[in-house]
Design a protein around this ligand. Sequence first.
Ligand SMILES: O=P(O)(O)OC[C@@H](O)[C@@H](O)c1c[nH]c2ccccc12
Length: 259
Amino acid sequence: MNSETELAPAVKSILEAARERSGPDGRVSIEARSLPAAIERAAAAGRDPVIAEVKPTSPTAEGTRDDDPAELARAMVEGGAAGISVLTEPTHFDGSPDALTRVREAVDVPVVRKDFVLEQSQLDVVEADLVLLIARFVDDLAGLLEAARERGFQALVEVHDRDELETALEAGATIIGINNRDLARLEVDLETFESVAPHVPEAVTLIAESGVSAPADVRRMREAGADALLIGSAIMDHGAGETDVTANTQRLTQATAER
Ligand SMILES: O=P(O)(O)OC[C@@H](O)[C@@H](O)c1c[nH]c2ccccc12
């Protein structure tokens, strides 16, 4: 793992909490819904492929939404979401494995488990179609990726710069997310995606993560090579803005069509 000295205090505390959560003894075994296929279906239907995120709160959010996660996910799919991401991290995002289970029962699109998975047993906490692995935080990415695949998960490997991209590719990642949010300062810069994306091989399913808040951002990320967008805050809207997640999702999935 890279040095933690540069991480934002909130991120350090998230990692400390994650190290203390161990998984169960038994292994999950999953028949995953394919994310690349769902992305292709959305694009073929003329929508911008969006993975909408059920994120009750976050260290950078202004408030908390305690809506039923299954209802939120259904509303997102109604707005055209190609996939759903669910925070299962309990201490800083108000997420839970149970929320993910209920979401996966409520919708038929692929569901991503968003958490800080650091070791193999943590994979067995809950069934999901994809599991997020954050290159920067995982010691043995190839080993964890293999362990995820053995259980039937697809893995979404998150990177933030070219070095992490190399690590992800060497480990065999085929679905990669470039996080526009810098985990040292928690600031978002869409240029991150634009600078790393050109180095990603064509065969990889490439996702732009974080900071996509308006249709123009969706178009910008798509032009830079994103096959799909992972969008949380702009859809959940923790502040005083538009709280209709179906409308919020629709606006972003129609970004290219309505230009
Ligand atoms: O709310 P945003 O800016 O649309 O971002 C969503 C998603 O990218 C973000 O929640 C995220 C990206 N990587 C993470 C890792 C852990 C927790 C959360 C995340």
